[in-house]
Design a protein around this ligand. Structure first.
Ligand SMILES: C[S@@+](CC[C@H](N)C(=O)[O-])C[C@H]1O[C@@H](n2cnc3c(N)ncnc32)[C@H](O)[C@@H]1O
Length: 299
């Protein structure tokens, strides 16, 4: 199966340049509030899709174990440096379009600031559903093309594409904004029931961020987030969804499945061998590597 292209973060200093030095305390604060509101109080196994450098991972403290998955090994190395190793965290380099897990493994998943890199979002969401057990919780953040700024720009003739239509807009290669109605259709098609929507980052305007205290902006954003249940005009939307009751729960002890042929795999570091298709997957410095086509820059 040919899978869609992956946006390459190998070697990227995203965490430092975008978050730590990029003046994004306001967005980070708003996301922390939204996650707190949407996450269940407790759970056993959470899958964090597109975990990056683990910016959000410590927010998942209600879960007994967190599996961080990202296509970029160097992002996972940064996450590991931040969170450490041990029973609580597992680090997996893999493609969201080819998740290396057995069906029905996780009782929770999050995907924050990652769907916007998916050229085939419906395909990605179907993969997420496959590895979730019946009635698992899924928290999804997506970039909303129908936001107030894009509506105003469109009305003033400063933007050619319409914020009202359902097709995605690719504003730079492999970076997409999506229409809320399209997201609802894809989630429904993948087998999720939407439970709650929060609108996030109402004040993502540099003038406001420079003039008003971050804590004040976050507090007012927190007050406005529940309006997401009625309408969504912010650049970022958080959803909590529940997997349908259908499907299977993974058998006790099963975890990995071959991303190439789906056969169950034994967890045998430093090398995982697929008995069905003979592919081999290395485990180096506690990071499992299930990428079928790792990026060339990877060392
Ligand atoms: C914008 S970063 C967000 C990181 C983190 N969720 C956060 O909010 O700080 C997007 C991440 O998604 C990962 N990613 C993009 N496409 C992917 C794919 N097909 N499979 C796995 N990870 C992917 C990138 O490597 C990157 O680390």
């Amino acid at each position: 199966m040919q899978t869609p292209p992956v946006c390459n973060y190998e070697g990227s200093d995203y965490q430092t340049s975008f978050w730590e030095k990029g003046g994004r305390d306001y967005e980070d604060g708003c996301e922390a509030v939204a996650l707190k509101r949407l996450l269940p109080a407790a759970g056993s196994r959470l899958l964090e899709l597109g975990a990056g450098a683990g910016r959000n991972t410590s927010r998942y403290s209600g879960y007994a174990q967190v599996t961080l998955l990202d296509f970029s090994r160097t992002q996972l190395e940064q996450a590991k440096a931040r969170l450490g190793t041990g029973e609580r965290y597992r680090y997996i380099a893999a493609d969201i379009y080819r998740l290396p897990f057995v069906k029905g493994l996780f009782d929770g998943a999050t995907m924050i600031r990652t769907l916007h890199h998916m050229a085939e979002p419906a395909l990605a969401l179907a993969q997420v559903r496959r590895v979730l057990e019946p009635e698992a919780t899924f928290i999804l953040e997506y970039a909303n093309k129908r936001n107030l700024k894009s509506i105003l720009r469109y009305l003033l003739g400063r933007q050619k594409w319409s914020p009202y239509t359902r097709e995605a807009v690719e504003y730079i290669p492999l970076n997409f904004d999506f229409h809320p109605a399209a997201i609802r259709d894809w989630m429904d098609g993948a087998g999720f029931i939407l439970e709650r929507a929060l609108t996030v980052s109402h004040f993502r305007v540099s003038f406001l961020k420079k003039t008003l205290p971050v804590r004040l902006l976050v507090a007012v954003d927190a007050l406005l987030q529940p309006t997401g249940g009625l309408f969504q005009l912010t650049p970022s939307v958080f959803l909590r969804a529940r997997a349908l009751k259908t499907g299977v729960k993974a058998p006790q002890g099963a975890f990995f499945a071959c991303p190439a042929c789906a056969a169950p795999l034994d967890d045998t570091p430093p090398l995982i061998h697929c008995p069905a298709c003979e592919k081999q997957y290395p485990v180096i410095d506690d990071i499992y590597d299930f990428r079928l086509n790792p990026p060339a820059e990877d060392d």
